[in-house]
Write a protein that binds this ligand. Structure first.
Ligand SMILES: NC(=O)C1=CN([C@@H]2O[C@H](COP(=O)(O)OP(=O)(O)OC[C@H]3O[C@@H](n4cnc5c(N)ncnc54)[C@H](OP(=O)(O)O)[C@@H]3O)[C@@H](O)[C@H]2O)[C@@H](O)CC1
Ligand SMILES: Nc1ncnc2c1ncn2[C@@H]1O[C@H](COP(=O)(O)OP(=O)(O)O)[C@@H](O)[C@H]1O
Ligand SMILES: [K+]
Length: 497
């Protein structure tokens, strides 16, 4: 599991690391790492560093300092290094080192002297964690041209122009081939669209040691998914695995109930009781004859997917809350939450537009800072919130930490995927998984399933792929092999190897 932090916490961690070892020179460590990654890129693309043409984009802060010291190291290995001074005065020590190593400094007025197309590599040292999102026009133009000319760019700490704390890319930003990230992951490395600007990420350990005071955002990977999934074992029965109740779909949207049921079944529910409409029942009877329609005990409920304008929705959710069982509220149910507030055991699964409606703001506000929006949604409703989108974030009420699911392909963004996901979430709640982890595991398994398919498939097929992925990821028990069996005694012919 990777953990990412907001900038103010990274600054605290940096200060603590310096206090712990005042003799260390973090800027030289950072510069050494950037030079090593840049040299690797150059070696891969043109065989060697010697003679390579390197352009450094230099801002006025320490990020530019790192880039200049890295450029000096490359110049000492025979690279022809030009630094372009952009935004303020370049770091004096870094500039002196570059010039001493044979590099040159040009200012923006001399930009006409360089042919951007002719560089083998760019180093982005314009802005680091002290940067505000966006780039001044002239810098934006250089970044755009490097991208257009396919010049690989190594970003120092983060790609300049992105919002380090929200993952937003509100205007121009560098698109990096590789980002060399210092000390700890920033949120822009794990939240789209900024994550996409980072390219490959190489993280450099600078001895930062997180403490309890920092806001940690944990990002799941496939290993976490396999370890934390509630796989059944020899003691399991259909009841201990969990019975899922589904009240989803409507005459207008029967498909939502059908797809949510697929999600629940193919993610391993012990049993599914379907309480949706007649049309959906007819389809399900043929497609999934294991689904039952009788009333009976369940361990978790799903409400809301495909409800349309169902008039008794608020009452139905309210009764669900009274039952004391955990539940999932999706889609149209999200507009019918009881005013008395929800419970943190319940999971809401809005996309950005639905969360914006819950918060009474514009969708663009949610998209500009999805992490904060997910936290606001949880605080406002009292429930756990899985905010869906290209980055899937799960926030709990009253907590500043959050989980981010494994990322997946944009193919998943299609009508019906959300219904499947809601069904998977409910299977996990029914199996006793707490709401936050349930949301993160469900979103992760769907993303991994989508990534394992060759291209777009309808959501019911995506649900089937979830079962295949769960089978593939299942940790194997360490069976003891008894080599003596079959060795002694009679020769059993066909059984012999
Ligand atoms: N953390 C660590 O452990 C380590 C950190 N290290 C390095 O330090 C970096 C942080 O350095 P930093 O604090 O000097 O900030 P940095 O981003 O270089 O520049 C800020 C300057 O840019 C300006 N400015 C801002 N936004 C702007 C905009 N949109 N458009 C135009 N101008 C803008 C702003 O000026 P202002 O406008 O605020 O007056 C200010 O002058 C960090 O990312 C890493 O590379 C490593 O060396 C070692 C370990
Ligand atoms: N750009 C994207 N990349 C990857 N996954 C995405 C992207 N956009 C949406 N998703 C995922 O696709 C699914 C679509 O859900 P949703 O929009 O609720 O669909 P539905 O119409 O079924 O309600 C969610 O799991 C969501 O997180
Ligand atoms: K940078």
């Amino acid at each position: 599991m990777l953990t990412a932090y907001p900038v103010h916490d990274i600054r605290r961690l940096e200060t603590a690391a310096i206090d712990a070892d005042p003799a260390q020179d973090l800027m030289q460590q950072a510069a050494g790492a950037v030079a090593a990654v840049a040299a690797e890129e150059l070696a891969r693309r043109r065989g060697r560093v010697y003679g390579a043409r390197v352009l450094i984009l230099v801002g006025g802060g320490n990020n530019g300092g790192d880039a200049l010291f890295a450029g000096a190291r490359l110049a000492r290995r025979g690279a022809r290094v030009i630094a372009l001074g952009l935004l303020g005065t370049p770091h004096p020590g870094g500039l002196a080192a570059l010039l001493a190593a044979g590099g040159r400094l040009l200012d923006q007025d001399q930009l006409g002297q360089v042919d951007l197309d002719g560089f083998d590599l760019g180093l982005d040292g314009v802005l680091g964690i002290g940067g505000r999102p966006g780039l001044p026009d002239q810098v934006a133009e250089i970044a755009r041209r490097l991208d257009e000319c396919d010049v690989p760019v190594v970003a120092v700490d983060l790609p300049s122009g992105v919002d380090a704390d929200t993952g937003a890319v509100p205007s121009a930003a560098v698109r990096a081939t590789v980002t060399v990230s210092f000390g700890a992951a920033k949120l822009c490395e794990v939240i789209e669209p900024a994550k996409g600007n980072c390219g490959r990420i190489v993280r450099i350990d600078l001895g930062f040691r997180p403490d309890n005071a920092v806001t940690a955002i944990d990002v799941l990977d496939e290993v976490d998914l396999a370890r934390r999934w509630p796989y059944p074992d020899a003691r399991s029965s259909k009841y201990t695995r969990g019975v899922v109740g589904i009240d989803a779909g409507s005459t207008q949207y029967p498909g939502a109930g059908i797809l949510a049921t697929h999600g629940a079944v193919f993610s391993g529910a012990g049993m599914v009781r379907f309480h949706g409409g007649e049309e959906a029942r007819r389809v399900l009877t043929g497609a999934l004859p294991n689904v039952v329609y009788a009333e009976g005990r369940v361990q978790a409920m799903l409400y809301g997917s495909g409800w349309g304008d169902r008039s008794d929705g608020a009452e139905v959710i309210s009764r669900g809350l009274d039952s004391g069982l955990p539940g999932v509220v999706d889609a149209d149910g999200l507009q019918r939450l009881p005013s008395r507030g929800m419970s943190a055991d319940w999971l809401l699964t809005p996309h950005a537009g639905e969360l914006a409606r819950l918060l009474g703001c514009d969708r663009s506000e949610v998209e500009a800072d999805p992490l904060t929006a997910a936290h606001r949604g949880a605080d406002r409703t009292g429930a756990t919130v899985l905010l869906k989108g290209s980055t899937q974030i799960v926030a709990q009420p009253g907590r500043r930490s959050a989980l981010i699911a494994v990322g997946g392909p944009a193919w998943t963004a299609q009508a019906g995927s959300g219904d499947v996901l809601a069904g998977i979430c409910t299977t996990l709640l029914a199996a006793g998984v707490p709401a936050q982890l349930a949301g993160a595991l469900a979103a992760s398994v769907q993303a991994v399933a989508a990534a394992s398919l060759p291209g777009p498939v309808p959501p019911q097929r995506l649900a089937e792929q979830v079962a295949i992925v769960l089978g593939r990821l299942q940790p194997q028990p360490p069976y003891e092999v008894d080599h003596e069996i079959g060795r002694s005694g009679d020769d059993h012919g066909a059984g012999r190897r």
